[in-house]
Design a protein around this ligand. Structure first.
Ligand code: HEC
Length: 211
């Protein structure tokens, strides 16, 4: 029996396509997701806040590029296991929430003994978490050795429109230029370069005895 050439070509085409489809399936498909924007809502309960806070720390917050939870040994960055216990006594007069807020909004205001400065200001670019995202992160940090007491309504002094609880540390926005409106386009110059920089104090790598 003689199979027409056209039919043989068609059969070959089908077989080839099938073969490559099969091979394609064998290659592991790795999906690349952009860092997920975690949905925040103002009426999250404390445990939901903590869950969302953990997700933010893994994603947009980039916290685990530096920090660990439960790692021992010589570390470059403070391990966060049980950090809520330490947070209550790090700065006299600060609650754990006050301390976490300061660690996030003004990381160089207090340097954890034994570590060098180097934590970025978390509400500024490139990380740029929002005030609400930071509340969720604090909710999670509190679960590391303690219990979540912040709520989505908690006012932190560093927040835009905060209640000024620690107004001394709050940076007021610069007064608007005298020209007002139209000037805003040209006045949108980048913030002073040293805005997010650490103080220029040289860090002694070897802790020296007090003088
Ligand atoms: C580039 C590295 C880096 C990243 C990213 C980073 N940190 Fe830090 N963090 C540090 C360093 C260094 C210190 C210690 C120096 C200091 O106190 O500022 C620190 C200190 C802390 C402390 C104080 C710990 C203690 O024992 O008192 C907390 C809390 C903290 N970070 C939370 C966070 C959270 C939450 C994020 C993410 C939103 C984050 N950090 C992202 C480097 C980082």
């Amino acid at each position: 029996m003689k199979v027409p050439v056209s039919l043989r070509i068609a059969a070959l085409a089908v077989a080839t396509t099938g073969f490559y489809t099969y091979v394609g399936q064998l290659v592991p498909q790795k999906e690349v997701h952009p860092p997920a924007e975690v949905a925040i809502s103002k009426d999250m309960k404390p445990d939901e806040m903590a869950k969302v806070g953990r997700e933010i720390m893994e994603g947009k917050g980039l916290c685990f590029t530096c920090h660990t939870i439960g790692k021992k040994g010589p570390l470059r960055f403070p391990d966060l296991e049980g950090v809520d216990v330490r947070a209550k006594s790090r700065v006299p007069g600060f609650s754990d929430v006050d301390y976490f807020a300061q660690s996030i909004y003004q990381p160089s205001a207090f340097i954890v003994p034994g570590f060098n400065p180097g934590m970025p200001v978390i509400n500024k670019p490139p990380i740029g978490l929002t005030d609400d995202e930071i509340l969720a992160v604090i909710a999670y940090l509190q679960t590391l050795g303690g219990k979540t007491t912040v709520t989505m309504q908690t006012k932190l002094p560093y927040q835009a429109g905060g209640n000024g609880q620690a107004a001394a540390g709050t940076v007021a926005p610069p007064p608007a230029g005298p020209t007002g409106g139209p000037a805003a386009t040209t006045a949108a110059a980048p913030a002073p370069q040293n805005a997010g920089k650490k103080p220029e104090t040289p860090q002694n790598p070897n802790p020296s005895p007090p003088q």
